[in-house]
Design a protein around this ligand. Structure first.
Ligand code: G3P
Length: 220
């Protein structure tokens, strides 16, 4: 299971990379807008930190514009993956880009068949948005599971990135399904470390160690 950070914040990415568990980064126009940094510069900075796939999204809505933007973004770094929204123009752009050998990540995917269309067009990755499906009183994890089953049925090579992750149980469920990648906000990644019994265990070990050192006369 690969872990991607869903952020354009350099401090968060640095910390995740230092822990040695971050395999890539996904961004989108909203995440970039929070940083108030020049888009292309920020993508290059992220690529310097993470030696793995970094998704950068196009903002054109027509396929020719998407392809043009994608070609520019792909020049920034060998790790750049072009995020393309799942529209008719998006699927057409994915097909053109896949034939040119440019990696793509089909985004704003909310149904199994949208995911299939992306895979058929040759998308490198497909990003179903779990949390946003939950937000409209539907079942994001069920959608994810259906995509995983369909992709396995037809041996699609497109990798699934579980996206719009809101809490650790989304990550656990995606992992149980064998989904290739989970991209998550830094706050969710931090939560994955936490267990109250780990904190209690450390506290008890430290207390016992201090008592032992006193008992053997190492400290007073
Ligand atoms: O990468 C895009 C996706 O993860 C967005 O998440 O929380 O804005 O629904 P969210």
């Amino acid at each position: 299971m690969k872990i991607f950070l869903d952020t354009a914040n350099l401090e968060e990415i640095k910390r995740g990379v230092e822990w040695g568990i971050v395999d890539g980064v996904t961004t989108n126009p909203t995440l970039i807008s929070k940083e108030k940094a020049p888009f292309k510069e920020r993508i290059k900075e992220i690529c310097e930190l993470v030696k793995g796939p970094v998704s950068a999204e196009v903002t054109a809505l027509d396929w020719e514009g998407m392809v043009r933007e994608a070609e520019e973004l792909a020049k920034l770094d060998e790790h750049v993956v072009i995020k393309i929204p799942l529209t008719k123009d998006g699927v057409r752009a994915i097909k053109v880009l896949s034939e040119k050998g440019i990696k793509t990540n089909a985004t704003l995917v909310f149904s199994p068949m949208q995911a299939v269309l992306a895979a058929k067009a040759g998308a490198t990755y497909v990003s179903p948005f779990i949390g946003r499906v939950d937000d409209v009183s539907s079942d994001g994890l069920k959608m994810l599971e259906e995509i995983a089953v369909i992709f396995a049925n037809y041996a699609f090579e497109t990798e699934i990135i579980a996206a719009s992750i809101r809490h650790p149980m989304h990550v656990v469920e995606a992992a149980l399904m064998g989904v290739d990648i989970v991209t998550m906000p830094f706050a969710v990644l931090e939560k994955l470390f936490k267990h109250p019994l780990t904190d209690i265990g450390i506290e008890r070990f430290m207390k016992d160690w201090e008592e032992y050192r006193k008992a053997i006369g190492e400290v007073k």
